[in-house]
Design a protein around this ligand. Structure first.
Ligand SMILES: [Zn+2]
Length: 437
């Protein structure tokens, strides 16, 4: 479908520029014009036309670290430190059935589409079911099947989990040019040296990458030092796998030497400030990482530790928390924060499959917000509003690869009533089969 979208404002996070009375023209999956209305102002024949008089157009957002079927476990385990929390979660997950993961994913995707999120970078079990939901709903994703077996209902051994990941890569990588498969060894404390090296070799052969968790807690760092006499990132370097890690979630506790290693191998840090705050693990020092030229992408983490898939709330939290920690309001700007949720995430996807810039000849992934509300009036600076005033309920349109997938509360690629009912049904069953703490 070809579209013309007019907005009162368009925000380009790469340059930090906002233009007034802008227009985006989409043909097929691509943006073919992006800029002010003017000589391009004649509505093109055969293009569907939308005019948002108080609309702010931004690039579609990317959630850089999720465990998407955990939507079903929203609110299930609260007020626990990470290791205790993980033990609880790993006691629930063996009861998950493949269909449960499908409905949990559909619910998570619905929440994301309604929140202006056009893609996610996931690590979990039941990748076949997650992939099916991605295929059906039109969202973009990089899916890394989790390779470890604590709580894994699909695999009793590393061999089985690894074999499964290879099958998922064979079957789904490149699906519709919007679903890509990476490999997900869970973390250095759950996956040993030989397995990490085996997975890294496979990843190099297949031309894909690793998505893992690194340096999330002080406990993890201390244990690594006790076991290997090295911190986790140093350990990944020592065993020769750091070059294959594209996605490193958390990175809350890093030494200078580890930051240098992440820089050397261009590892992208997936920053989950709300999840880290909720589990009480600390806050990654993103102002410092940005200064050190590390690419930082913003994420919610799974819903059991957030409990939302709301990138607007995540941007707001990120824009505030470092100012509080540093006692300095200059340490991070709104533009830097919005980049973490948009164009910085380019590095997580294969070339030309996501841009996050709204520039001409890039994939047509965009989100429109209606600023005609008491809480966003007056509009003095739309970029300030993005971090401090806008809520996800102001999303009125989400477009992925040129297709409208969400518009004014309506989901165009899924049956939301059915999705909510099925998700509640499988959660009720999970609660019946699992103890509450
Ligand atoms: Zn995680």
């Amino acid at each position: 479908m070809n579209l013309v979208i007019d907005g009162r404002w368009i925000y380009y996070p790469l340059s930090g520029e906002v233009i007034n009375n802008g227009r985006i023209v989409i043909e097929g999956k691509k943006i073919i014009y992006s800029g002010p209305r003017g000589k391009e102002s004649d509505q093109k024949a055969g293009h569907e036309y939308y005019n948002f008089e108080k609309g702010l157009i931004i690039p579609g957002l990317i959630n850089a670290h999720t465990h998407i079927p955990m939507t079903l476990q929203r609110g299930i385990s609260e007020n626990k430190p990470l290791q205790t929390w993980l033990q609880h979660i790993w006691s629930i997950e063996p009861n998950l059935l493949p269909e449960d993961a499908y409905w949990g994913t559909m619910l998570g995707i619905a929440e994301m589409l309604a929140s202006g999120t056009v893609g996610f970078n996931d690590q979990y079990f039941y990748s076949d079911q997650i992939a099916r939901a991605i295929h059906e709903t039109g969202i973009k994703a990089v899916l890394a099947p989790s390779i470890f077996f604590a709580g894994n209902p699909e695999a009793d051994s590393m061999e089985e989990a690894f074999k499964h990941a290879k099958n998922v890569h064979d079957k789904w990588n490149g699906d519709n040019d919007r679903l890509f498969v990476a490999f997900g060894p869970h973390a250095p404390y759950t996956v040993g040296k030989e397995w990490f090296q085996t997975i890294a070799n496979e990843v190099r052969d297949r031309g894909t990458t690793i998505h893992t968790h690194l340096n999330e807690t002080e406990y993890e760092v201390n244990e690594s030092q006790k076991t290997h006499s090295l911190r986790p990132v140093e350990w990944m370097d020592r065993i020769g796998v750091l070059d294959t890690i594209n996605s490193a979630a958390h990175c809350v506790h890093l030494s200078k030497a580890e930051i240098d290693l992440l820089n050397k191998y261009r590892v992208n840090v997936l920053h989950c400030p709300k999840s880290n705050a909720k589990i009480g693990t600390g806050i990654a020092d993103t102002p410092r990482l940005l200064k050190e030229n590390i690419n930082v992408c913003l994420a919610t983490d799974g819903q059991a530790s957030n409990n939302k898939l709301d990138m607007f709330e995540e941007m707001s939290f990120e824009a505030l928390i470092h100012k509080a920690v540093y006692k300095d309001p200059t340490v991070v700007t709104s533009t830097e924060v919005v980049r973490m949720a948009t164009c910085n995430a380019q590095a997580l996807f294969p070339k030309n499959s996501y841009s996050g810039t709204l520039l001409k000849n890039t994939p047509a992934d965009l989100t429109v917000l209606d600023l005609d509300s008491p809480g966003t009036t007056p509009v003095i600076d739309p970029v300030s509003h993005l971090c401090y005033a806008i809520g996800r309920e102001q999303v009125v349109m989400t477009i992925i690869d040129g297709s409208i997938v969400y518009q004014n509360g309506k989901f165009l690629t899924l049956d939301i009533t059915k999705v909510k009912n099925e998700a509640q049904r499988v959660t009720n069953r999970l609660l019946e089969t699992t103890s509450s703490d």
